[in-house]
Design a protein around this ligand. Structure first.
Ligand code: CP
Ligand code: NVA
Length: 305
């Protein structure tokens, strides 16, 4: 685990194919109890946006490892009153051993990484959600025994989850299809980056056609149509995104053994129907559980255990 010690995880692409495999194997071993790690360190959580899964799964993971957690609620910290991030970063690294941050700007995460010596983990920014994608990859591996060669289709908004999923899937040798409405695509720069990570550029399909994207896919993935911070446009997005709803009709074009993933929280009747999220293809509850197992593996690895 030595090669992970002291590193940051700001993007899923900070990890190589082999490092992701190592983390997923460790997560599986921790989940099954084959391995147990004792890690008496302190994790800080600095979350500027709401969270259930990420906050609680990080907290439980650290407690199960034997460590402790400090919730640095920005509303009750000086950083919420405008103390510069560069000062906060240099002070926190004297008190805690590792810090997970959920914030808006990826640049702010980078500032923390630049000004502190402890590992900084991206717990979601407007740009990326790498911890989510580690859990998604573990869930897919549990279902199919492999990642390489599978087709994973993301349908919906070209957001933070879509970005990390595209990079992570490409890194792991998957075929990744992304279907978004026109005007809500991932940026060209993001797609270009993913193509450099993929085995073949042709493994990546970017389209506005949800049915064409889903055809024959083993993994169907969706997320909310309006992310945190985009609440004002939520209503106006509904008619635009309607053709991208993951429902039984869309699912009928996928591989009959396909699984359905969603990072949650879900809006039933919008990006996913009740019948699909509660149906036999849905693996969303295992996916949510796996957040805790991969983050335990990540914490232990970055802390050098
Ligand atoms: N999927 C996810 O990150 O959920 P939370 O916003 O509840 O943490
Ligand atoms: N794209 C969503 C993910 C929530 C876990 C958001 O950023 O709000």
């Amino acid at each position: 685990m030595e090669n992970f010690k002291g590193r940051d995880l700001l993007s899923i692409a900070d990890l190589s194919h082999e490092e992701i495999q190592t983390l997923l194997t460790l997560a599986s071993d921790l989940k099954s109890g084959t391995i147990s790690i004792h890690c008496d360190k302190i994790l800080g959580l600095l979350f500027y946006k709401a969270s259930t899964r990420t906050r609680v799964s990080f907290t439980s993971a650290m407690y199960q490892l034997g460590g402790q957690v400090i919730d640095l609620n920005p509303d009750r910290s000086q950083v919420g009153r405008g103390e510069p991030l560069i000062d906060t970063a240099r002070v926190l690294d004297r008190y805690i051993d590792i810090l997970a941050i959920r914030t808006f700007r990826q640049e702010d995460l980078q500032t923390f990484a630049d000004y502190s010596h402890i590992p900084i983990i991206n717990a979601l920014t407007d740009l990326e959600h790498p911890c989510q994608i580690l859990a998604d990859l573990l869930t897919i591996k549990e279902c199919f025994g492999q990642l390489a060669g599978l087709t994973m289709t993301y349908v919906g908004d070209g957001n933070n989850v879509a970005y990390s999923l595209l990079l992570g899937g490409a890194l792991m040798g998957m075929k990744v299809h992304i279907a978004t409405p026109k005007g809500y695509e991932l940026s060209e720069e993001v797609v270009k980056r993913a193509k450099t990570l993929a085995n073949n550029e042709s493994d990546i399909l970017i389209t506005t056609d949800a049915i064409a994207a889903v055809k024959g896919s083993q993994v169907i993935y969706t997320d909310v149509w309006a992310s945190m911070g985009q609440e004002d446009s939520a209503e106006s997005r509904i008619p635009i995104f309607q053709p991208y709803q993951v429902n039984n009709e869309l699912l009928s074009y996928a591989d009959p053994e396909a699984i359905v993933l969603h990072c949650l929280p879900a809006h039933r009747g919008e990006e996913i129907t009740e019948e699909v999220i509660e149906g036999k293809h849905s693996k969303v509850w295992d996916e949510a559980e796996n957040r805790m197992h991969v983050q335990k593996a990540l914490l232990a690895s970055l802390l050098g255990f």
